[in-house]
Design a protein around this ligand. Structure first.
Ligand SMILES: C[S@@+](CC[C@H](N)C(=O)[O-])C[C@H]1O[C@@H](n2cnc3c(N)ncnc32)[C@H](O)[C@@H]1O
Length: 253
């Protein structure tokens, strides 16, 4: 039984989105490429959205183009989603931010650029080689002093932050690493952020595989379980945005 019935206008909107998926109407971002888009490719409408909203810092753009050439370039967060997160970070006047899954550091730089000079991004990844690509650009942008890169499993970093008394001291978290650990990441981030803080969770549509997660697809199953859990979680308010590969915003109450 669903917790809430679906309002008619929502059902209509969802149906329209479904049609858009099916017809490829919402079919992706052209240039600049939104590399992680589930919502298709080559859509004039999404291109229009980008053309009329993207204000990308030149060094951020440089890192995006550099990352796009990387063999795993598709892992990079979409630029429109990154811009939304930067706007949220500014709106809530965030000072302390966690990023789980740095890759080449596009969004790490994106957030560092909008934090105050004494702000901090705790940037978690297991692969130092990826981060080495972005590091010189963090420096070129003059924000490297705001980035604390921790190369080890993110769960370990989160546990260390909790153990050192940093619960309820963070303003914003972005979860974008191994999907199988998403529920653990969420629970630990929820303890680390303050009331009024925001957790953004990427890939919550997982290329559409959340609709019918296969038994052997642990990532799809975990994301789907998290989506179900968040709907019923009284500690937060949520919104799911059909942007990139789907992003949930969880607002801590
Ligand atoms: C999708 S990418 C992150 C993209 C990044 N947020 C951006 O702005 O472009 C996922 C990253 O998670 C990292 N990762 C995978 N498992 C991890 C773990 N257990 N702990 C920390 N990072 C992990 C990978 O090395 C990879 O760089």
């Amino acid at each position: 039984m669903p917790l809430f019935s679906v309002p008619k206008e929502v059902a209509v909107g969802a149906a329209m989105l479904g049609v858009a998926f099916a017809t490829g109407m919402l079919a992706g971002f052209g240039t600049p490429k939104s590399s992680k888009s589930t919502i298709g490719k080559n859509s004039p409408l999404l291109q229009y959205i980008l053309d009329h909203s993207l204000r990308e810092h030149p060094i951020l753009k440089k890192l995006r183009l550099l990352t796009a050439d990387h063999p795993h370039g598709k892992m990079m967060v979409s630029c429109d989603q990154a811009q939304l997160m930067a706007n949220l970070v500014k709106l809530i006047k965030a000072k302390k931010v966690i990023e789980i899954g740095v890759f080449t550091g596009y969004n790490t730089l994106n957030m560092a650029l909008v934090l105050p000079d004494n702000g901090k991004v705790i940037a978690c990844d297991i692969n130092e080689d990826y981060a080495k690509i972005g590091k010189p650009l963090w420096k070129e942008a003059g924000v490297d002093h705001k980035i604390d890169l921790r190369i080890k499993p993110a769960i370990q970093t989160l546990d260390e932050l909790l153990a050192s008394g940093e619960a309820e001291t963070f303003d914003f978290a972005f979860i974008d690493a191994d999907k199988e650990s998403y529920i653990e990441y969420y629970e630990k981030c929820l303890r680390l952020i303050k009331k009024g803080g925001i957790i953004a969770i990427d890939n919550i549509l997982w290329g559409g595989r959340v609709l019918k997660p296969r038994k052997d697809d642990l990532a799809a199953q975990t994301i789907h379980q998290l989506n179900e859990k968040l709907l019923r979680d009284a500690r937060i308010n949520i919104s799911i945005l059909p942007m990139g590969d789907g992003v949930t915003l969880a607002f801590k109450l």
